[in-house]
Each structure stands twice: as structure tokens, then as C-alpha cells.
Design a protein around this ligand. Structure first.
Ligand code: CP3
Length: 339
């Protein structure tokens, strides 16, 4: 079986499979060239031929064990009826923001996602036999922070206030995201992805009771719906910033594997996460930029911590734009020659 898929099913590999979050993107010159040609991120993400090419670029260059679909977590809000734009140097925007516009005023546009499924079919046909194909979506809490505020924010304060002030209306938004995420991931699976990841980039901003309600519960709903339909498709949960709440997340959501960010000591994670659960992570993206001995010792620390369980080598968060290509090559050599 493909090494990454086997690991996700719970079989430890002698050499851990590797892929990097955000591996298809701006640190690659071939990505920047294609994006310039297509005129921007959204034009690229909704053009199946180009998006398939971008998905495969890092596989061709580095031979990662996993390919991640080139798309974005904010495609779901666009399918729910918000207008998605990526201004140059500004980050994404969604309008109208739900902080002052009712969800019911939006007109859903599920067809917005059709090009993504076509991208999946093309990539599935193009990948090497040993490469696992990963689909993804954002987790409801993280997606809701963008839908409510209409943009990214430093501490998600608007959305946290909204969730306290009007939990009924906020729950309706989260429920709509859950439903549309299940449909979105199901269609990705039908089109050819072999495992899926739920990105919860802002899971770290919630107090414990809110974390239970807005992170654990909606992710558990998504996982159980997917497992009922596709029992053989592993789900990776990545609650960035969850820290001490990671073990509860791992036990209570039903995810098959858990992603760990770089702020967590991998030895602590190895001890506190369920014994046989596959773990993904957690090299500091800045150690990858630093290179040299910093990179070497950080890589061996992660490898050593997770040596006794199924482990997928990855960063603790997305690869940064100024990461030297040579450091990515060095990382792969270090991981693959370690045992
Ligand atoms: O991992 C991959 O290579 C696959 C594609 C992917 C993208 N975004 C492409 C992208 C994935 C998995 C994402 C996830 C995503 N998108 C998250 C969760 C993970 C994380 O990084 O926390 C979030 C919060 C978003 C929302 C988003 N998309 C933001 C905040 C931004 C702007 C900031 C940035 O990194 O540029 C994006 C744009 C985006 N999504 C780019 C890419 C390659 C950059 C667009 C460009 O080319 O300029």
C-alpha cells in the first residue's frame, strides 16, 4: 500500500512518509510563474487544468509521499453565497460579512465548487502510483471566523464575541458550514482523493468550553458523517494551537490521525495522544528556513519523539514563502536517510 495511506490506517512505516502543508504555493518559482500567467490565486484555483498542474508541481520536484489538492478553505463560504476575493497583498475577503448580514440573505452557489472536483479527477489520473492524494476543507470554527468578520483577523475577536452574544445564530452558521463541508469532502472523495484533512487554523483562540462546542462538536459531526459514507477514507484533524486540548480533540472528534503544530513538544504529544493514533507534524517552519544544524537537530527531535507510532512527517504549519528550495531537499534527505 502507499506509505502515507498505510500510515493513516495505523501501520507504522520504517521511514515516515512526508508531505508539507501549503507545499503547493509561492515558495515555488513554477507556481509563481503559473499564477502570474493566470492572473491571480482564484483564477488559478478555479481552472482545473492549472490547479491540477499546481497540485502536481511539488510532487514532480520533490517526490513527496502526499499530494494535497490545490484549492482553499474559503471555497466553502463562496459556495454558501459569499463573494470571495483575494486582493494583492491583502489576504482574502468575504462579502457580505455575517457579523451584520443574516445567513439567510445569501444565495447558495454549490456549482462554484464544480471546477475543484474536475481538478481532483485530473490529479487522480496523473499522480505516481505511490503518492497518496489528500483532499481538504477548513473546519467550521476557522471558516466561520472568516465568514463572520469578512476577512482574517489577528485574534478572531469579532467571531468569539458573536458566538457568546448570539450562540443560536452562530450555531446556524456553523451547522451550515458542517453540512456544506460534508458535501464538499464527499464529492472530493467520489472524484478521487484518498484521505482528507480538516484545517482548524484558529482552534487555539477558544476558551475550553467554547472549544468543546465550536471545535470538537462540529468536527465530530463531519467525521461521523464521512465515516458512515466512506469508512475506508481516513480523516486527519489539525487543530492548530489546541495545545493541552489536543488529547480531548483526538479522542472526542473521531479523527483517524491528528496534526500537531510546532508549539507542542513532540515528546509530550507522543505521550499524551492515544497510543496507536497516527500523528502528523511538527517541524517548525522557521527551522526549515534556518537550515543547517538547526534543521538537522529539529528534524531528529521530531523523528525520535514519534519513532514508536505511526508518524507522518510534516511541518507544524504551512511552509513559508521565503523557504529555500535547497532546505526542502535537505529535509527530505534527512527524513529518508534517518533509519
Ligand atoms: O497546502 C496546499 O498546498 C494546498 C492548498 C491550500 C491553500 N490554502 C492555497 C493557498 C490549503 C490547504 C490552504 C488552506 C488555508 N487557506 C488555510 C488553513 C491552513 C493555514 O495556513 O492556516 C487558511 C486559513 C486559508 C485562508 C487563506 N488563503 C489565507 C488567509 C490566505 C492569504 C494568506 C496567504 O497565505 O497567502 C490564502 C491564500 C492562499 N491559499 C494562497 C495559497 C497558495 C496564496 C495565494 C497566492 O498565491 O498569493
Amino acid at each position: 500500500m502507499k506509505p502515507l495511506l498505510a500510515t493513516l490506517r495505523g501501520w507504522r512505516q520504517p521511514v515516515p512518509p512526508v508531505w508539507l502543508m501549503r507545499q503547493a504555493g509561492r515558495y515555488l518559482p513554477e507556481y509563481r510563474a503559473l499564477r502570474a500567467e493566470k492572473g491571480g490565486f482564484l483564477a488559478l484555483a478555479t481552472d482545473p487544468e492549472a490547479a491540477a498542474e499546481v497540485t502536481v508541481q511539488p510532487i514532480r520536484r520533490f517526490g513527496f509521499d502526499g499530494a494535497i489538492l490545490f484549492s482553499d478553505i474559503l471555497m466553502v463560504p463562496a459556495a454558501l453565497g459569499q463573494t470571495l476575493t483575494f486582493g494583492v497583498g491583502e489576504g482574502p475577503a468575504l462579502s457580505p460579512p455575517l457579523v451584520d448580514h443574516a445567513l439567510e440573505t445569501l444565495t447558495a452557489n454549490p456549482g462554484f465548487l464544480d471546477p475543484v472536483y474536475e481538478t481532483v479527477r485530473r490529479v487522480a489520473a496523473a499522480l505516481p502510483a505511490e503518492t497518496t492524494f489528500l483532499g481538504f476543507a477548513g473546519s467550521p470554527w476557522t471558516v466561520a471566523t472568516y465568514m463572520v468578520a469578512g476577512r482574517g483577523s489577528r485574534d478572531q475577536s469579532e467571531t468569539r464575541r458573536f458566538a457568546y452574544a448570539d450562540p443560536v445564530r452562530f450555531a446556524a452558521i456553523v451547522d451550515a458550514i458542517v453540512e456544506s463541508t460534508v458535501a464538499y469532502l464527499s464529492a472530493q472523495i467520489e472524484a478521487g482523493v484518498e484521505a482528507v484533512q480538516l484545517f482548524d487554523s484558529w482552534a487555539g483562540s477558544l476558551a475550553p468550553a467554547q472549544f468543546e462546542r465550536w471545535v470538537i462538536a462540529p468536527n465530530a459531526a463531519i467525521v461521523s458523517a464521512l465515516h458512515a459514507r466512506y469508512p475506508h477514507v481516513p480523516v486527519i484533524g489539525f487543530p492548530k494551537g489546541a495545545g493541552g486540548k489536543l488529547p480531548a480533540y483526538a479522542r472526542e472528534t473521531g479523527v483517524d490521525a491528528v496534526g500537531v503544530d510546532e508549539t507542542v513538544d513532540p515528546h509530550w504529544a507522543a505521550t499524551h495522544l492515544p497510543a496507536d493514533m497516527p500523528v502528523q507534524g511538527n517541524l517548525d517552519p522557521l527551522a526549515l528556513i534556518a537550515g543547517r544544524e538547526t534543521l538537522e537537530s529539529a528534524v531528529s527531535n521530531v523523528l525520535e519523539a514519534f519513532a514508536d507510532r505511526p508518524h507522518i512527517f510534516n511541518l507544524g504549519h504551512g511552509i513559508l514563502q521565503d523557504t529555500p528550495i535547497a532546505h526542502v531537499e535537505r529535509l527530505l534527505a534527512l527524513v529518508r536517510s534517518a533509519r
